[in-house]
Design a protein around this ligand. Structure first.
Ligand SMILES: Nc1ncnc2c1ncn2[C@@H]1O[C@H](COP(=O)(O)OP(=O)(O)OP(=O)(O)O)[C@@H](O)[C@H]1O
Length: 474
């Protein structure tokens, strides 16, 4: 009989009776075995001892049980196996979890010889690298409490802005390029606010049929127009107690802008053909990917509505400004689409990961979603290649040059933003710190689309024409 070897520590999680059989059968092979009945208890055992191999005895397909197992395997550097009844494999989520997050599995009845072979190879795997963790990559497969994926500094700032904005009631303007997550941000604000139990509704302002906008938004009374056989509440009224998100607010026709402004000021709606106004408690969020200030200058958007909506502003950063998020996002969508497709494709090749990091993503996260989805269909090997993603070398070689320029731009924009923040948004002080003239700093602020209103007028500038200075953007 072999003596227990402390480098061969095995953690068993789950059913007490089966664990007893496994302990009895595996100890003679030199394994030092600890048993925990629950994943929570197993987490404590892992923090006490350095285990390299874990076996989970999967007993249920329930989402709650699976979540606790997922949390466990994402936490520590352990190579995980599963033993389970074959009936549990009929559940797609369990199959996916085993396939993507665990090193291997075995079905019951328990076979000591097979388990021994698997444990040995799991230990070899764990010993290849001190950081090996089959389960850890699984953590990037789950969206966070904001329904989003990504932990870059820029995305973390977005989460912080969502928290602050969710705690108040004022309207919000969400700006950002197309596909950067403006709608997700609006949802996250709603979900984190006290309105979370109320409805969240979206109006796509560009898609509303011109003749019906008024009644869609404000509702109508019976007989108000041909075909109005019943009274009907509009979407504003139906969102009572919740949050209404105006997507592409820049597309709202000018006459409707007046009505929306009135609603934002008195929180009352008048149905088409109605005689009395009704009070409605709705929070309004709006998003745009166009420059609304420019639209105001060109007369396409009402300035008063712009200021009413722009009380709080949050900007969703372009994906090229947060390249650290590309890996976790790609893996997240890979997992998501694995549910749609049989499990032949195992992941991304190293080269495709590199290429994705180098690519400029003009269509942002929406483009990444579409490319990953397409690649999973096109891929006929185990790993997705750059060609499957439609990102061949030639395309990317060209983008290297773009990347350098982008990198400079990002660094310049960050330096300006930080200097402004450090100098309480005083333009002259920030310009001095950056070693440029005030005029140059204004030009750079314009170039990078930094919110000019967040810049205060310095004392020395008092002779300049006054500028409107709303609240700084978050
Ligand atoms: N951080 C994120 N994590 C996971 N998925 C994201 C994230 N951000 C955006 N997405 C996904 O990217 C896609 C585009 O997001 P969304 O529709 O919110 O963008 P948008 O800025 O509103 O786009 P548009 O301006 O074109 O309306 C959606 O599928 C969304 O689920």
């Amino acid at each position: 009989m072999m003596m227990p070897d402390t480098s061969r520590r095995l953690l068993l999680v789950g059913n007490k009776w089966l664990s007893r059989d496994i302990m009895q059968a595996m100890t003679p092979y030199g394994w030092s075995i600890t048993h925990s009945e629950t994943p929570e208890e197993a987490t404590i055992r892992l923090s006490e001892n350095d285990h390299r191999v874990g076996v989970m005895l999967i007993e249920s397909n329930s989402a709650r049980y699976q979540r606790s197992m997922e949390e466990l395997i994402c936490r520590e550097r352990v190579c995980w196996l599963a033993i389970l009844d074959s009936s549990l494999l009929s559940h797609p989520d369990t199959r996916l979890f085993i396939h993507q997050a665990l090193y291997a599995y075995q079905t019951l009845p328990f076979d000591p010889q097979k388990t021994h072979t698997l444990l040995e190879s799991a230990l070899d795997m764990a010993n290849i690298s001190p950081t090996v963790t089959i389960g850890r990559s699984w953590s990037s497969h789950r969206a966070n409490e904001y329904g989003m994926v990504g932990n870059s500094a820029m995305t973390t700032r977005l989460y912080q802005a969502i928290d602050k904005i969710a705690a108040v009631e004022a309207p919000v303007l969400i700006t950002g390029e197309s596909g950067t997550g403006k709608e997700l941000t609006a949802r996250a604000i709603h979900e984190h606010s006290t309105r979370r139990s109320g409805p969240f509704n979206t109006i796509n302002c560009g898609a509303l049929p011109a003749g019906l906008i008024q009644s869609e938004l404000f509702g109508h009374e019976k007989g108000a127009f041909t075909g109005a056989s019943q009274s009907k509440a509009g979407i504003i009224e139906s969102t009572s107690g919740g949050t209404l998100f105006f997507d592409e607010i820049g597309d709202l026709p000018l006459d409707m802008q007046v009505n929306l402004l009135r609603f934002l000021e008195n929180h009352r709606v008048m149905r088409v053909g109605g005689l009395k106004e009704r009070p409605v408690d709705v929070r309004v969020l709006a998003a745009t990917h166009v420059d609304l200030e420019k639209a105001v200058r060109e007369g396409h958007f009402r300035e008063d509505l712009y200021h009413r909506l722009n009380v709080l502003q949050v900007c969703t950063p372009a994906l090229r400004e947060r390249p650290e998020d590309i890996d976790p996002l790609a893996r997240f969508f890979f997992r998501k689409f694995s549910r749609e497709r049989s499990a032949g494709v195992r992941g991304f090749s190293r080269e495709s990961m590199i290429v994705m990091r180098q690519y400029g993503w003009p269509g942002n996260i929406r483009e990444l979603v579409n490319r990953v989805r397409r690649a999973m269909v096109m891929c006929d090997q185990r790993l997705i290649t750059p060609a499957d993603l439609g990102l061949e070398r030639r395309q990317c070689a060209f983008r290297h040059a773009v990347m350098l320029e982008q990198a400079r731009d990002i660094a310049e924009r960050e330096a300006i933003r930080s200097a402004l923040a450090r100098n309480k948004h005083k333009i002259l002080h920030a310009a001095r710190e950056l070693g440029v003239s005030r005029v140059t700093l204004y030009r750079l602020i314009e170039k990078h689309g930094i919110d000019r209103h967040s810049v205060s007028v310095d004392d020395e500038e008092a002779d300049q024409p006054p500028r409107v200075t709303p609240l700084p953007s978050l």
